[in-house]
Design a binder for this molecule. Sequence first.
Ligand code: ATP
Length: 429
Amino acid sequence: MIVGIDDTDSRSGMCTTYLCTVLVDELKSYGEVSTPVLVRLNPCIPFKTRGNGAVAFEILINDVRALEREVKEIVKARVSELSELRAEGTNPGVVFIDDNASNASFNEKLKRFYESAVREVLTIEDVYAIISELQLDYFGLKNKRGLIGALAAASFLLLHTEESYDYTYELIVYRRKERWGTVRFIDDASVWAADEATYPLVWDTVDVANKKLVLVPHSPCPVLFGIRGDSVDAIYKAYGLIQAEPDERKLLFITNQGTDCHLMKSEQLQDFHSYILDGVVDSNPMTIEGGHVLFSLTVPGGEVDCIAYEPTKGFRAIIRELRIGDEVTAYGSLKEGTLNLEKIELRKLNLVVERNPRCNMCGRNMESAGRSQGYRCKRCGTFSAVKDKVIVERAIETGLYEVPPVARRHISKPLVRMRMGDKIIHPSR
Ligand code: ATP
């Protein structure tokens, strides 16, 4: 049986992955429990507490007939006990998928549901429709919105190998209860050493350019730190090197983090969706109040503003180097009609810059003689109908650039994971 769970936490405490870890430990006496999954769903969803995560695990119950009901009761009891039910936005949901339920049409429906949960905005009615169509058992509290994430996580667990979804791992380490809400003790130097010994199989542990640890959350939740990567061995090696306060427990998750599976190619752009857009820069970048950098991109459907927010730090220096006419591919989420950049590929740099013509008598720049009237040198009276075209050197190279780890979304793919592809990459370190 697969158990999917979501929306149990609030900003002031708990974490759905911790609840999953407690359940996995408790249910081991009822049967073999799989490596759980942690999925990140649409990162633009307004209801999310933090990273729009949901979890699922599979349990092969020793004696299904005798024990299935008991296992479900334990899941419901722990979700009811450990959820932050007093918080307004906490709406827990649990979905159960039976062992024999899977078949081609069932899986196809779950595939569509999972992909929509990562890329679209769903309603509670959408999840009820599929739960009733597939006759799934479920449990929920308050408005039960967590059923959306719970079913998406259960679907990913069922399908991730069959559908060849890209996946990565995270080892999440939890604090002892008496320390929850207090300052976390982690020896910084040991984290840098662990990174040195395991990067790039382990990534997003530290941010080199910004000199920050990024494996530690800043909320009062039970998580001490999480180690992300492509290799389970490298992750455990890093864990072994990190010195920190004693942990209560830890659990490895298979995840869709670092995979970019939220991004779509489409000409119909909608807010709260994330895209990969090919286009041509049509305004030179401008730094606006707050240090954010903005430019406009011509795309097949029209024009879209793209922004690199201040927290993307050094990434803005790349964006500031763009010039009108550069051919780029922009990666990011659309909010209020503006694409929040996560990555950019500079495909072709415009090396030709147009500027007011030089007077061939005195060598000074001519001035505009009026709209569509050409250019004139006031001093010498010389005239030119068109601007000069000048070949310029550019301070950047073509290739893919990314925001640094401090600004990276859980679901965004670090460029270091693209190292086997055919693209030129410029990882942020
Ligand atoms: P944390 O990262 O700490 O676990 P969170 O950011 O995951 O917190 P949740 O508490 O899980 O936030 O809240 C997200 C809510 O949004 C859940 O109820 C989930 O079911 C719902 N949700 C997830 N994806 C979508 C979607 N694509 N459309 C509509 N609702 C969604």
